[in-house]
Write a protein that binds this ligand. Sequence first.
Ligand SMILES: NC(=O)c1ccc[n+]([C@@H]2O[C@H](COP(=O)([O-])OP(=O)(O)OC[C@H]3O[C@@H](n4cnc5c(N)ncnc54)[C@H](OP(=O)(O)O)[C@@H]3O)[C@@H](O)[C@H]2O)c1
Length: 296
Amino acid sequence: MKIAIIGQSGQLARALIREAATQNINAKSYNRHQCDLSSAPNLIEDFISRLDVDAVILAAAYTAVDAAEDDYQTALAVNARAPKAVAKACAQRGFALVHISTDYVFKGRSRTPYLVTAPTDPVNAYGRTKRMGESAVLEAHDRAAILRTSWVFDGSGKNFMTTMLRLGAKRAALSVVDDQIGRPTYAGHLAQACLTIAAALCGKYGAQASGLYHVTNSGEAISWAKFAAAIFARAENDLAQTVKVTPITSADYPTPAERPGYSVLDLSRFESLHGTLPHWREGLELAYREWVDNKT
Ligand SMILES: NC(=O)c1ccc[n+]([C@@H]2O[C@H](COP(=O)([O-])OP(=O)(O)OC[C@H]3O[C@@H](n4cnc5c(N)ncnc54)[C@H](OP(=O)(O)O)[C@@H]3O)[C@@H](O)[C@H]2O)c1
C-alpha cells in the first residue's frame, strides 16, 4: 500500500510517519508549504490529483479550538472546504481516503457513549467546521472513512499530557477540570487505526469499510483531573515534587469555546472489524517514555 499523509508536524502526522516506517508501508508526508489547506479548493484538488498512491490520510486540520471561535473563516476553509476538495480529487483518481474528526461534533449532554449513528450537535465553532468536513467527505467520495477521536496525546507535541508535565515541574499543586468526561487517545495507537482502515479500504473490504468510526484508546472514561492524576502518578519518581491535583468545574476555568461535558465515544464499529485498541494507560506509558527520551 502506498500512502500520502497530508500533514507532517502534527501529533497524528508524526505518529503516522513513524508507524508507516515500522510497518514497512511506503508513505510520504506533505507539510503546509507543499499543501496549504487554507488555499483555494482547486489548488488542493490539483495537488492531490498529482499524487500516485493507493490512499490518502488527511492528518492536518485547524485544531486551535478556542481561536476558531473568532477565526471561523480559516477554520471553515481548513476543516470543511479542504477535506471536500481532497475527497473530490481522491474520488476522481480512485484513491481511498482516511479523514479524522472529533468528539466535539457532540454537545456532550449524553450520559452513555455516543454511537456512530448518534445525531451530531457540535459544541463549538471548531466542532461545526469539523462536522461540515465529515459530511462533505462522505458526499464526495464513496471509499472514504472518517475516524472520530478524542483527547489525543503523545510525548512530544503540545497536548494535555506534556502541558501537565511542564506545569508539574514548576508547581506543587494544579487545578484541573473534573466535570468533562472523555477517553484519551495515544497518537501512536490512533495512527495504527488509520493505517488499518486505509488497508481495509484498499483491500478486501473496499467501499464497505467507508463511513464513520469512533476510535479512541479503550479503558474507563475519565475526567481531565483524573487523567492529570494518572500522569503525575506515572511521573512521580522523575518530578522534583509530588503534584497535588485539585478538581475544579468548567465554570471555574472558562474558555472561549465550550467543551462537551461528556464525550465518550462508542467504539463498537471499529472494534467489531479490527479489534480493541490498548487501554489508555498503555498509551500513557508509551507517551511518557517518549517524553522522557525527548528530555534527555
Ligand atoms: N488533538 C486532539 O485532541 C484531537 C481530538 C479530536 C480530534 N482531533 C483531530 O485529529 C486530527 C489530528 O490532530 P492533531 O492532534 O495531530 O493536530 P495538531 O497536532 O494540532 O496538528 C495539526 C496539523 O495541521 C497542520 N495545519 C494547520 N493548518 C494547516 C493548513 N492551512 N494547511 C496545512 N496544514 C495545516 C499543522 O501544521 P503546522 O505545524 O504547520 O501548523 C499541524 O501539523 C485533526 O483532524 C483533529 O481535528 C484531534
